[in-house]
Ligand binder design. Structure first.
Ligand code: ZN
Length: 473
């Protein structure tokens, strides 16, 4: 009995030891496997890098109203603040495009950033007809009626105060949130930057992107408290608050001249301003590229000298760009992968929702003048100019080779990079360009665009331009 007990006890003891040993071995093996996987290509499969997928947005994501869903945490023009009343405007779309209130035309201007949903301001005057009024706001910008809810006798709001709530590294870059009394108008721009008049007399062409800081201007704001810690950011070096007559500016100094890749901002569900300064795309180890084959579905785009319309050609080229990038380990998001309808608003909502590292829209030209030929690339935000430049240089090489028998034509086929306010390029959260891959109305260009070899060369050029910006092989 005693022996048996002892024996049992001993057996039990050994089994615990064995168990612990086996568990340790399993843990060590698992850790080793994890290290091997993490340092191999298998990681790409595990976390989705190198995959091609289709971007999607729901109606909910484009119609959500800040005040309806989260009323109560911020001061609004519906509550009496003892300051009297006035005509008040509230932004009711995700991002409302603005133009300069002091300039009479309504042309898009990259020097005015969009106002985020929920922003409130006082209406100073209105211009335009009764059918389509455009309101000049106290903060100095003009906004179209369709983006605003107007309250004739709204309550005026007091001066604002901001306080740092959080500041930390996020998946996309450094994110900081600011407590605010109410949703004051915010304007952002990078400086210093010279512009010149170029294509179609638009005065926002950039020779070189030279920004040294990002200025975020908060209207009606007289106080800023708390500290921002950008020590984990690879883009922002330091910050300062500058008090001005019409509010205050948060100046974010860049670590490196011209190294700025976009900013996302919104009012979060806690009633705070939330900003994400996009990380340095040259050191991003898991870049996401969004490719946008132009047109599609009921919108075939430009007709061509051949049977295929623009939408088919752009999809075919985009798929080849996607394959090229995926093979280099880049995660690719497509706005469409079939002949389907995707509205411009949906494409823009996709850029804002996914906030990719880069966005490239792919199109082909067509003209009444059959002699027009060659390729050009368009940008809107000044920080998108380097991406346009990289892609255009690679495209120019392809076209120079196509027209090599005629040196004049070979040179002319490079139509250059240009400022132009295409809808999909008017987003502030990532470098975004639109490349015109050639003229479907020109015989030589069209033959090239209809050939498998031509499409492959164009796709490889676009992918190489993207890879150059991402600093990948
Ligand atoms: Zn097009």
């Amino acid at each position: 009995m005693k022996k048996t007990k002892k024996g049992l006890y001993r057996t039990k003891k050994i089994s615990y030891k064995k168990l612990i040993f086996v568990m340790l071995v399993i843990i060590v093996l698992l850790l080793a496997a994890l290290i091997v996987v993490w340092n191999s290509d298998a990681k790409n499969v595990l976390i989705g890098i190198g995959k091609i997928s289709t971007a999607k947005v729901t109606d909910d994501e484009t119609t959500y109203s800040y005040y309806e869903n989260n009323g109560g945490s911020l001061l609004t023009p519906d509550q009496d603040h003892g300051l009297g009343t006035g005509m008040m405007a509230e932004v009711i779309v995700p991002y409302a495009e603005c133009t300069d209130g002091a300039i009479s035309d309504n042309r898009s201007s990259p020097l005015c950033s969009a106002l985020t949903r929920g922003t409130v301001d006082r209406v100073v005057s209105s211009v335009g007809g009764a059918d389509n009024p455009v309101y000049v706001l106290e903060s100095g910008v003009k906004v179209n009626d369709e983006y605003l809810k107007i309250t004739e006798n709204g309550f005026l709001l007091p001066d604002n105060a901001l306080a740092v709530s959080t500041c930390e590294e996020s998946a996309n870059g450094v994110k900081f949130t600011l407590d605010t009394k109410w949703a004051v108008p915010v304007q952002m721009k990078t400086e210093p930057q010279e512009y010149f008049v170029g294509y179609l007399e638009r005065a926002y062409n950039v020779q070189e992107y030279t920004a040294e800081y990002l200025d975020i201007h908060f209207a009606r704001t007289t106080e800023f408290s708390g500290k921002l810690d950008f020590s984990s950011s690879d883009v922002i070096r330091s910050w300062k608050w500058i008090l001005e007559e019409d509010g205050g500016t948060l100046r974010l100094n860049l670590k490196e001249k011209g190294a700025f890749y976009g900013v996302s901002y919104s009012l979060d569900k806690n009633g705070r301003f939330a900003f994400v300064i996009k990380q340095n795309i040259r050191t991003d180890t898991s870049p996401v590229v969004m490719l946008d084959p132009g047109h599609g579905g009921s919108d075939p785009g430009a007709s061509s000298l051949s049977e295929e319309y623009e939408s088919t050609v752009t999809l075919s080229i985009a798929e080849k760009v996607a394959d090229n990038l995926a093979a280099r380990g880049v995660k690719v998001l497509m706005t469409r992968r079939e002949e389907s309808d995707v509205s411009l608003d949906t494409r823009i909502a996709m850029i804002r929702k996914y906030s990719p590292t880069l966005f490239v829209s792919i199109h082909c030209d067509s003209s009444e003048t059959p002699s027009l030929f060659g390729t050009h690339t368009f940008y809107y935000e000044n920080f998108s100019q380097p991406l346009a430049n990289s892609i255009q240089q690679k495209m120019a090489d392809v076209y120079a080779a196509l027209y090599q028998s005629d040196p004049t034509k070979a040179a002319e086929s490079n139509r250059g990079i240009k400022f132009y306010p295409f809808a999909v390029t008017r987003t502030e959260n990532c470098p975004s360009v639109l490349v015109e891959c050639g003229y479907l109305s020109n015989e030589t260009d069209c033959d090239f665009l209809m050939s498998e070899a031509g499409r492959l060369q164009i796709a490889d050029a676009i992918a190489d331009g993207i890879a150059e910006q991402l600093n990948i092989a």
